[in-house]
Design a protein around this ligand. Structure first.
Ligand SMILES: *Cc1c(COP(=O)(O)O)cnc(C)c1O
Length: 444
């Protein structure tokens, strides 16, 4: 196809907002031994691809980092990070239990065969009947607020039992903004008061302390501060109320090797390793704990799954914008990549291309100005049919993907033997209109 020629200034070796103009092309022609072209030919484009190999590698990296330092460690898979059945199954097979934050997620875990006692029920909004069911099934309830203490006391009364509970705590860990809207504050004494209230109510008893201090936390030291405060609270309430705290749950929030917008250092440089997080947390326990060592629970989501997810997308058209910048239209939009607003993903080409890299923008297929996958990227001339792989996208994109304008695509899993499996079918018209109702007077 004819394209009007343009002249672009080439700033040799000068880094700009596009990166270095001489940067080599990033190529990803296959994932776990399967060609990206074969994948889109077989399953269509766009296509989410998950790698079982990477899921297992990441899990073992984090598991080993903690179990080599601490006697009793348990992983609880954060459902909201990615609750595709097949993905949850892999984590459960690896030994993770379930962490849920709604009755929907609770039901999804139960449907996968996870027993109540192997589910942590977190979150600020637990409707009373869902809470009661979870209590009856022996789930671990992490209390978020004072109303929930009352709800649980009523449930204890109704069932004629004493209910084991944990409380969620928040605190200053040196990282701002502080996530202070969940749970009870340790620094101002609220968490201690909540425990006192539970103790005096005599219908609940405390078995755990929980906190989840944020997400994509780039400071291992924040976890040292968090853990120290949780253990100090544990020491105090064991002494004052005679409780034996079975576990402390330090939550999730470890960063993945994604590139935050506005952060110019490479993820390899600024993201703490599993060992650094583990060292900070376990040292804080050993240094602070009095009495019996508690079990250590982790609710890691993002750091385990993000790098195992890819989104393949195909170039549909190229344009030249008035300012001379090249623009590509691809078939995956921000409705599939909610996290595109925070991260500069790595975007790799299916093969090496002839021609000079030039400043380019990648736009999705939505008829919306905000549908930008990458604003500034150096790309060689691409043609219709070029396949790009966007990475890492395994955390939060599938669960937050939105049916908007277009059908959501298929999702596949590549197992450790490089076999591919469809794990979610694409949307279709029936799926989308299934729940719609036309009032009688508008029919005909
Ligand atoms: C979302 C969430 C997690 C997982 O967080 P990541 O940042 O994905 O590791 C863990 N615990 C709770 C309570 C959460 O809300």
């Amino acid at each position: 196809m004819y394209e009007k020629p343009t002249i672009n200034r080439v700033d040799f070796a000068m880094a700009s907002k596009y990166g270095s103009p001489l940067k080599t092309q990033k190529v990803r022609s296959e994932i776990d031994g399967v060609s990206v072209h074969d994948l889109v030919n077989k399953y269509g484009s766009p296509l989410f691809v998950f790698s079982e190999r990477i899921i297992e590698e990441k899990y073992h990296e984090f598991k080993n980092a903690f179990t080599s330092r601490y006697p009793e460690v348990e992983f609880w898979w954060s459902y909201k990070t990615n609750y595709l059945d097949a993905i949850c199954k892999i984590y459960h097979k690896l030994g993770s239990k379930a962490e849920v934050v709604s009755e929907f997620e609770y039901e999804k875990a139960r449907r996968l065969g996870i027993e109540g006692k192997n589910i942590i029920f977190n979150g600020p909004y637990k409707p009373k009947d869902a809470l009661k069911k979870a209590v009856e099934e022996g789930a671990k309830i992490h209390i978020d607020h004072w109303y929930e203490i009352n709800d649980l006391e009523e449930i204890a009364e109704e069932l004629g039992i004493e209910i084991p509970v944990a409380i969620r705590c928040n605190m200053d860990t040196g990282v701002y903004p502080q996530w202070s809207r969940f749970g009870f504050n340790i620094d101002n004494g609220e968490a201690y008061d909540a425990v006192k209230r539970i103790y005096e109510g005599k219908k609940l008893y405390l078995t755990g302390l929980h906190s989840h201090i944020g997400t994509f936390m780039l400071s291992a030291n924040a976890y040292a501060n968090e853990t120290k405060k949780l253990i100090e609270l544990k020491n105090k309430i064991e002494k004052d109320f005679g409780y034996e705290i079975e576990y402390i749950d330090v939550g999730g929030g470890f960063a993945s090797k994604n590139r935050l917008k506005g952060v110019y250092q490479a993820p390899e440089v600024i993201v703490p390793s599993a060992d650094e997080y583990a060292e900070a947390i376990t040292n804080a326990i050993f240094e602070t704990n009095k009495g019996k060592l508690p079990k250590l629970y982790l609710e890691t989501g993002r750091a385990l799954i993000d790098e195992a997810g890819f989104l393949l997308t195909t170039v549909f058209a190229a344009k030249r914008m008035p300012d001379g910048k090249k623009s590509y239209i691809v078939d995956a939009g921000v409705n599939l990549l909610y996290t595109a607003f925070w991260y500069n993903f790595e975007i790799a080409l299916d093969k090496r291309y002839e021609g000079l890299n030039e400043p380019s923008q990648i736009n999705g297929p939505l008829c919306m100005n905000i549908d930008v996958i990458s604003e500034n990227i150096m790309l060689p001339p691409l043609k219709r049919g070029s396949v790009l792989s966007i990475w890492p996208v395994g955390a939060y994109n599938v669960t937050q993907s939105m049916q908007f304008i277009r059908y959501r695509p298929r999702i596949i899993l590549i197992d450790k033997n490089s076999n591919t499996h469809l794990i979610k079918e694409a949307d279709d018209l029936n799926y989308i209109v299934e729940k719609e109702i036309i009032p009688d007077y508008l029919k005909g």
